[in-house]
Design a protein around this ligand. Structure first.
Ligand SMILES: O=C(O)c1cc(=O)[nH]c(=O)n1[C@@H]1O[C@H](COP(=O)(O)O)[C@@H](O)[C@H]1O
Length: 275
């Protein structure tokens, strides 16, 4: 199986680095003239897939917006995964999973094994039960050619309380996560399969963001992150950055052409990063 990092490098080269978040917020369903029910969820999500999955390299459905409708919402999420992949986009499942190791194994089986109904190209993961608790996920990625994006410096204002805290050896929690990722990606070429999540809104950081892996960068667009912010925060590490935007693109719907244009505009805006 080709490693996720290699597949992602091809996707960036062929389609660009912009990632579209497929987040069916209740407010967006309303803006699209839809109701807050499963049929509307399905219409919204599959319209976005039809518009953007053939043109962008990566899509990122946020699981919570589907889970809130129960099993029928999760069935829609399964279709989002399958139809996005069929259209040629890599699916980064945003479920931010993390638990004791034996349960992490079950999350790995659910999201990182391509034969599972929710099997995706990559998963977002939370390292706050200790980075080692994610080992079953890393192992599944190696086995199946999938990838992981581990929270490091998140885009929300509450993140620093945990992420800037110092560990016993004086490094920050974020720095420690980044060091683990760097080790996991050692020797990968052109880029590893184990990425970090770093928000476009963090302002600046003294951390070394070069982990020889991809950087998922939410907070671009609706949360205020701009291209200038990306250049300032990431410098040369922007080479493997995936700026991700949900609401700013999704507000262009429900027209398929307008959604696709919004995705293309996002892609064009970040094309020169890391050059
Ligand atoms: O892992 C994420 O994707 C994520 C991490 C983070 O630090 N901040 C963040 O906003 N996200 C997700 O990125 C998306 C941002 O959506 P918009 O603000 O609408 O572009 C949501 O799905 C969030 O759950």
């Amino acid at each position: 199986m080709t490693p996720f990092g290699t597949r992602l490098a091809h996707a960036i080269e062929e389609r660009g680095r912009f990632c579209v978040g497929i987040d069916p917020h209740a407010a967006l369903l309303h803006e699209w003239g839809l109701g807050d029910d499963v049929a509307s969820l399905e219409r919204f999500a599959l319209t976005v897939v039809e518009a953007v999955a053939p043109v962008v390299g990566t899509v990122k459905p946020q699981s919570a917006f589907y889970e809130r409708f129960g099993s029928r919402g999760v069935a829609v999420l399964e279709r989002v995964v399958a139809e996005s992949r069929a259209a040629g986009a890599l699916v980064l499942m945003d479920a931010k999973r993390g638990d004791i190791g034996s349960t992490s194994q079950a999350y790995a089986d659910a999201y990182l094994d391509p034969t599972s109904p929710l099997g995706s190209d990559a998963l977002t993961a939370s390292p706050y039960l200790g980075f080692g608790s994610l080992d079953p996920m890393l192992e599944a990625c190696r086995r199946h050619g999938s990838g992981l994006f581990v929270l490091a410096l998140t885009s929300n204002k509450e993140g620093p309380e945990v992420q800037h805290a110092r560990t016993e050896d004086g490094t920050t929690v974020a720095g420690s996560v980044l060091a683990h990722l760097r080790a996991a990606n050692a020797d990968a070429d052109p880029v590893g399969s184990f990425g970090a999540v770093v928000g476009a809104t963090i302002g600046h950081t003294a951390e070394d963001l070069d982990v020889n892996g991809p950087l998922l960068v939410p907070g671009f667009g609706a949360q205020g992150g701009t291209v200038d912010d990306l250049t300032r925060i990431f410098g040369a590490a922007a080479r493997w950055a995936l700026p991700s935007s949900s609401r700013e693109v999704l507000r262009a719907g429900p027209d398929v052409g307008a959604l696709r244009d919004a995705a293309r505009r996002g892609n064009d805006a970040v094309r020169g990063l890391g050059a």
